[in-house]
Write a protein that binds this ligand. Structure first.
Ligand SMILES: [Zn+2]
Length: 453
């Protein structure tokens, strides 16, 4: 035996034996059933909701959420608990109201994150009506200048949430496009599918060089009213919205179950921040509770994973994915082999998707097989984007695991005052935990390459 083969043999002997596939599948199935029968997601979600409250990025409430998260991680047995700060622009809602001049119809509105302010008495101006973002883009500046722009795009109900992808540009880009054409303010039809008198907030983006103007979302019944009035003739509205922006700070929180072979990391998590007008349950207290509960189930099983499992709770997602970008930048030299995010409410997982190296596809098939009894189907294609907080890690080469949740009612609740704890179906919440527990344990007990670059 040469020295070289001796060393190789020694390393082979020293390395912990990888469980055989049948054992791993059996263990994953057992973990899945254990989580389904009992897991701490519900008490965690109740405690986060009731003891911390809504967690707007950069606020003292979000900081309270981090204190809660670190204590929860410690209690569940995670180690290497870290808080990593990054700067943000702290945007805070002011006074907001709107009414139609003449009839005095009150309009139910909510300001969009990062939007600018009107004077305290508001802006009274004629409304320029557009059915779509494309129509606004095509309009001459003269049709917009000095007016309150109204965009009346319509979302539809989809199980996979794809209508949000199609219409999301209206909220993100519409206000800036209107500002560049000289608009006084913007009202959009909420990105939502309910017809309750609830507006849906959300972030918008004013690129450097474009001065933010007031931008609000109308509840769907109010958008319907403005849409009808636009067809009758000229409409004038008084709009008050007085948010403020200032330099602020947010942070990501993480904790680990260390792997037996150091140097490979599997990340799962959700985002800690939430909008201010609801309770931050569906978006995304649920994702926080689901992934913490999955880690707790694995930890409590006493089966050490081969790869390190790291729960990351991102800060400041809603206001521009600031935490996700800061996290990816700070951890770009680490070997994060796989990342997954739970950020689509608390309803059941119905499909599993991935984007991993070809060598990792058999592992994804094993995950799909263990999740099948939960009613989860594999989504072919190996082209998952993974979700907003995972995107920056995926761009650096991390493999992506996506457990797609049923979004049929998600956009009834998303970013509204109705995002509250009573909406959670505990059986579906537990099904999520079971799926994450089994999938992450299988990925962390494996050694096949997953990174895409
Ligand atoms: Zn979210």
């Amino acid at each position: 035996m040469t020295m070289k083969t001796f060393i190789a043999a020694t390393i082979l002997l020293a390395a912990p034996a990888l469980a055989q596939p049948a054992d791993r599948m059996a263990t994953a199935a057992k973990l899945r059933d254990t989580a389904l029968a009992s897991n701490p997601a519900w008490p965690l979600l109740v405690d986060l909701t009731d003891s911390v409250g809504p967690r707007m990025a950069g606020t003292e409430a979000e900081a309270r959420g981090r204190v809660w998260a670190k204590a929860a991680m410690q209690k569940l047995g995670l180690v290497n608990i870290r808080e990593e700060a990054f700067p943000i622009t702290l945007w805070q809602r002011g006074t907001e109201s709107a009414r139609v001049i003449g009839t005095n119809h009150p309009l139910v509105i909510t300001a969009l994150g990062n939007s600018g302010a009107t004077p305290a008495a508001g802006i009274t101006a004629p409304v320029a009506c557009f059915d779509t973002l494309g129509a606004l883009r095509a309009a001459p500046d003269t049709a917009v200048k000095g007016r309150i722009v109204f965009i009346d795009h319509r979302m539809t109900v989809t199980q996979d949430g794809s209508s949000y992808g199609v219409n999301g540009g209206v909220r993100r880009s519409g206000p800036a496009i209107a500002a560049q054409k000289g608009a006084a303010a913007v009202m959009i039809r909420s990105l939502g599918t309910d017809f309750h008198r609830n507006p849906h907030t959300g972030g918008t983006v004013f690129p450097a060089g474009t001065t933010p103007i007031a931008a609000v979302a109308l509840a769907l019944p109010d958008a319907e009213l403005i849409g009808r009035l636009c067809k009758r003739g000229p409409v004038e509205v008084n709009l008050v919205s007085t948010p403020t922006s200032q330099p602020g700070q947010s942070a990501n929180v993480s904790g680990e179950i260390p792997g037996s072979v150091p140097g490979e990391i599997v990340v799962m998590g959700g985002h800690l921040d939430s909008w201010d007008i609801g309770q931050g349950v569906f978006d995304d207290g649920a994702g926080v509770a689901i992934t913490l509960a999955a880690a707790a189930t694995i930890k409590a099983s006493g089966q050490p994973p081969r790869r390190t499992i790291r729960v990351v709770l991102w800060g400041s997602e809603e206001i521009g994915l600031v935490g996700a970008r800061a996290y990816a930048e700070a951890h770009k030299t680490e070997n994060i082999v796989l990342a997954g995010e739970s950020d689509f409410g608390a309803d059941r997982v119905w499909r599993v998707e991935s984007r991993v190296a070809a060598a990792g596809l058999p592992l994804m098939a094993e995950i799909a097989a263990v999740l099948a009894p939960l009613g989860v189907q594999p989504q072919p294609g190996n082209a998952s984007g993974g979700g907003p907080d995972v995107g920056p890690l995926a761009a650096l080469g991390a493999g992506v695991l996506e457990l797609g949740q049923d979004g049929t009612r998600y956009f009834d609740l998303h970013h509204t005052p109705d995002d509250t704890l009573d909406k959670v179906d505990r059986a579906q919440l537990d099904q999520n935990v079971a799926a994450w527990t089994a999938a992450i344990w299988l990925a962390a007990s494996d050694d096949r390459p997953l990174r895409t670059k």
